[in-house]
Structures are given as structure tokens and as C-alpha cells.
Design a protein around this ligand. Sequence first.
Ligand code: ARG
Length: 725
Amino acid sequence: MMSNTNVPNSATSPKLFILSMTSPLNYLMCAPDHYDVDYVINPWMEGNVHKSSRDRAVEQWQKLYGVLKGLVNVELVTPAKGWPDMVFTANAGLVLGDKAVLSRFLHKERQGEEPYFKAWFESKGFTVYELPKDLPFEGAGDALFDRSGGWLWAGYGFRSELDAHPYLAKWLDVEVLSLRLIDNRFYHLDTCFCPLTGGYLLYYPPAFDSYSNRLIEMRVPADKRIAIEEADAVNFACNAVNVDRNVVMNKISDRLKQRITDAGFTVIETPLTEFLKAGGAAKCLTLRTIEVPIAAESEQGAIEQGGVEARIVELTGHLLDSGIINRALDLVTDNGGSFQVLEFNLGEQRQSTSLARIRISAPSHDLMETIMGELIEIGAVLQDRETCAANLEPVLQDGVAPDDFYVSTIYPTEACVDGEWIRCTNQRMDAAIAISPDGKTATCKLLRDLIVGDRVVVGYDGVRTVRKPEARDTAKKEEFSFMGAGVSSERRVELVVEQIAWELRQIRDRGGKLVVSCGPVVVHTGGAPHLAYLIREGYVQSMLGGNAIAVHDMEQSSMGTSLGVDLKRGVSVKGGHRHHLKVINSVRRYGSIHKAVEAGFVKTGVMYECVKNDIPFVLAGSIRDDGPLPDTVMDLLEAQRLYSEQIRGADMILMLSSMLHSIGVGNMTPAGVKMVCVDINPAVVTKLSDRGSVESVGVVTDVGLFLSLLVQQLKKLDSPVAVAA
Ligand code: ARG
């Protein structure tokens, strides 16, 4: 096996391949003497074991052979007994010029074909390249040359490994574009992708992930892409042999036939049903053995080149019990990368931690960045440089970070500077990590706060997030299970309320900090008196909201309506739509909410309790604000700053039905702060729980109802007997 340090790089300059006009094309086939469906290694073979007719298979194969002989020179390799899939010579290897990269089959059912194909290649004078053991690559079944650009399209995801692609690039000196297959019916690239003469492409887009589709669309102009439908795809329409303007394939729909014809091709259909039972058709049954490289720059040279990148990361912790290892490996493949576990030391005792060293590869730099970002978020550390050191780059313009700056997350983060891991202060998401000139401190800084000369962490080297070891103890896990559960439904609301009430009591009694962020719906739904109760009883240490919550709260306490609606009777009051403006006007006359309260204009409610109990509040303005109130901060940057000041040191944040303020607050809050988001709109709640921190819980319900239940529960805790009575 090759060592990790000398994995070849891909992305050499694109070459152009043209058909040799003087010598006829050569194809390799293998007669179906021993063909049968003997085992199941793809979905097509399922239910078809020994169900194909040898006679019909022979007849169909002969027909195809006949058609091809009319177009090209066909050579034959002797079939070997016991290797029924050897008919599919596309999987023998990949040929370019006088070089052949021999296949390394994934399944042992086909590995026995390798020596026969190797011998054939050698007998024909090819230089044979063999991939490291355990690095599967299934030849031309998963690698197809573009017919005008000269690069190689290579598939991965089922049979071939992404890590094989750099070898192809190096050995064949060709640019390799990696495409990820995601539908197991189309397990080989040639089952859903067929480059045609003149730069056309016949393919089935849903067989590829979105990144791969984008890559295809970047390289193949729209008028050359012939995207086919599922009905044709499952008849292996893409598994076609293309010789000049001829396309040889299994039976397809008239519509598709017309489209291919319109593109200037002659469709030659030949039935291959017996081979479909093994998951192959025309193209699988052949291998083109003359592929001629011509050194010429492609016109596409300007397009950015892809190229497989590889990095090594380490993960430590209760990797198995906590499921981190699964999450890590899944996120790599979900993002289009692949991995190789280089080392896994399983902790021996229940309490001992495990260590995994994993080599990650990705088909492009962009995808590698995405994968690294997510891996670091779950605690992985890049470990492929001699020393771990964060890369620092200076800020060259106030308020602008260097490209590739590391974007912070909500999790406690450390950067390695001068050999020391230092913990970031002001942890929050979406900030840059700035290192002090002496290299001793690291701070999360918003872009707008960066100044020329700041040094900022770029890339992923020397950055790690320090995650609390995930709970080992199941009993402990259950205690907070409602927290981890994310979005809860109506029937769970009461249970959740009980637990939140309990938490609120704990926080208050130990002198902790609860921050409430809320929208005007709190008032409209009748929740204001309950929220006022929470403030009065010392549960709330800080109040955040917009202009509207304060306006409607004071409208209610001074005029009995909320947006002109009488909350007690539930009807609109005549002229009520002006009420809120009158309130704003009055408070403006007093000069501030404090003064309006002191003057006795506001006698109850949320704002009243804030003032009376010395609870700091911040009202952040927005474009739609009427007035505004004198207290509303219309400078948004200032409002954000004031919010984050209030959030500092919070133990819990109760987010009450305001998408704007909840998300704003969520963005400023580091992991470890419990967030309870209450909203009737599940989308808001989901958005917040997407932060993924175990401490957040979403409650989808009417906020007025929620607050009333919460207060009821708190009162019960205060005097269980009185309430029960
Ligand atoms: N039964 C064979 C397999 O699963 C079919 C191979 C088809 N070949 C191809 N190039 N798609 O390996």
C-alpha cells in the first residue's frame, strides 16, 4: 500500500483525445460461455439468480458482437469458468494509449477475473498499472473519457473509491473529474452516463449528487446534454456503445430515440434483456482498447480544475458509544467525500476513550472545506502536518477578513499558536478568530470589528472545538432527553413546561441568569401578564425584544387593547387601530419608558415590571417600526452589540415567538447556554434546533398558552398545597 504522503495529485493539464482515423477502433469482448446470474452484487441481480436463459444470452451477445464487428475491430478474451461476470469486459480495466489500469474489484465474486484480464493486457503489450490492495476501482465501468474535452469522468460511491482517482490522474496523465453516484441501481458510472462524439452527453441526472450535477453542467453545455428519464435509465439507455455517430444500445423509448437522432446520431437497438438481469448491457459488455491521447490544450482549460484532495484528521472520545464516529464518517460521505480509517484504537474500559485517525478525501477543495468545517465542529483535529499550527493572515482592510478565514461556531474553540492551544473568548458563531499581537489570546470577532493589523485564523489547521464528552451515562441522558428531542408537539408541551419550570426555579434560586427574547405575539395571545409575573418574581434577568412588544404591552396596560383588539372580550375596539400610535406618542412625550412608568402612565405589564424590578431591557429597532419608542435602538449594529452584552453569562434563553429576535439571539449565543424556543410556527423552532446543540429545545405551541402553563407550574412549585386545593 502506498504511504499517505505520496498519494499522487490529480489535475494535470487537460489533454485532447481524438479517434484514430487510420487504424480502426479496437474493442474487447468476452463470449458468454460461462455467463449466468450466480450471486447478487447489485440490485438488478436480486431475484434473478439462475433466472437468465443461457441460450437467449448467447443469441443476444452474438447479435451485439455482430453489430459491433460491422463498426470496429473486436478482440476476444477467453472466458474463464467460475467467473460468470467476465462477459462484462468494461470492468477489465481502463485503457489509455499503451497503458492499462487493471481493475480491483470490490466484490470477491469478481476478483478472480483480475488475473485473466491482466494476462490479456500484458499479452497485447500494455503497461499494466495495479492499484494498492483494498482500493477498489472497476475500470471503464467507472471511468469514461469525455469525447471532446479529453478529461476523464470517474465515478465513485459504490464500486470504485474516490481515492483511486488520483492514481488514474497520475498514471494516465489526465485530468480526472470525480462524479459521485448515489442511486444503487446505477452503481457503475457507465450505467447512467455516456459521453458521445462531439461533446454530447447522454446521462441520468438523478443518479448523481448535486455537486456532481453541477460539475457536469459546468463542463458540458446545455445543448449537448441529453438528460434521460427514469424509464429509459432503467432500460440501461446510458449503457451505450458509441462509435463515431453510431450509438448501440438496448431497446429504448421512441422519444429518446428521436432526441438522440436529432443530435445527429444513428441509434442501433439490440435486445440485451438477459444481461440486464445481471445489471449490465451493451457498454458493459465491451471495453474500448484504443484510446489515444493527443497532447493539446483543451478549450476548456480556463474552467477551474477539480482535483481530489486528501487530509488526515484525528478524533478522540467515546467515539462508539456517543455515535461520533458514525456521524463523522456519514458526514464525509454525505458531502461527497470518502474516507479510510487508518487507525482505530478502541478504549478498553467503559470509561476510556478511543482514538481514530482517518484519511479523508474529497473531489474538490470546496467540498474538502465543507467537510473539514463540519468535522471540526464535532471535535476532529487535522493531524497531517508536522506541527499543529493555525495559519494566520493579517487583516488588510478594516471590517474585511482574509479569504478562507475560519468561520467560528457556537462551540468552545481553540487555536494553536506558537505550539500552544489557546481558548477563544467571546465564543459565538459566524465570527472570525483574531489572535492578539503577542499570540496569547484569541477572540471571536465579527467582520465589522476587524481592524487592519489583526491576525485572523485561516483554513482549518490548528483549530479545534472542545466538545463536552457526550454523556456516557444513560440515566443522565434521560434527565435532559426533552432538551435533546428538538421540536416537541402539543401533547408534550405540558411535560416540557414542567421541566422548564423546574429549571427556571433552579436558575433563579442559585442567582443564575435567564434572558427572555420575545415578540409582540406574547401580548396578542394574552401572555403579557404571565411574562410580567415571571419578571416580578425574579425569574428574568434580562429582556430583549423589538419596538412592537413594548408598544403593545404598554398599549394593553394603558388602554386595554393590543393592536386595537380588546383582549378580554376579543373584539376590535372602534378607532383601536390608532391606539398603539397614541401610546407611542405619549411615551415619546414622557421621554422614555422609565419616565412613563414613573409618571404612572404605565401601571402594569412587561415593561412596567422591567422598570420596577430594575431588569435591563434592549429594544432593537427594525424597518417596520412605528414611532419608534424613545428607547428603541434604531442603530442595528449598536442593538446587536447591546444584545450580545445582555446574553453574556446567560444560563438559559427563553425565546418567545419572534423569528427575528430568536434567530438573532441564537447567532450570538455560544453552545452550553440552554435555549428554549417557543413558537407556533414549526419552521422557527426547527431553525433554532438546527444549531444542533443538545441544549436547545423547541416547543411548537401558542405562546400565551405556554406562558400561562409555565406560570401555573411555577406557582405549584411555590405552594403545592394552595394550588392543588
Ligand atoms: N454483475 C456485474 C456486476 O455487478 C455487472 C457489471 C456491469 N458492468 C458495467 N460496466 N456496468 O459487477
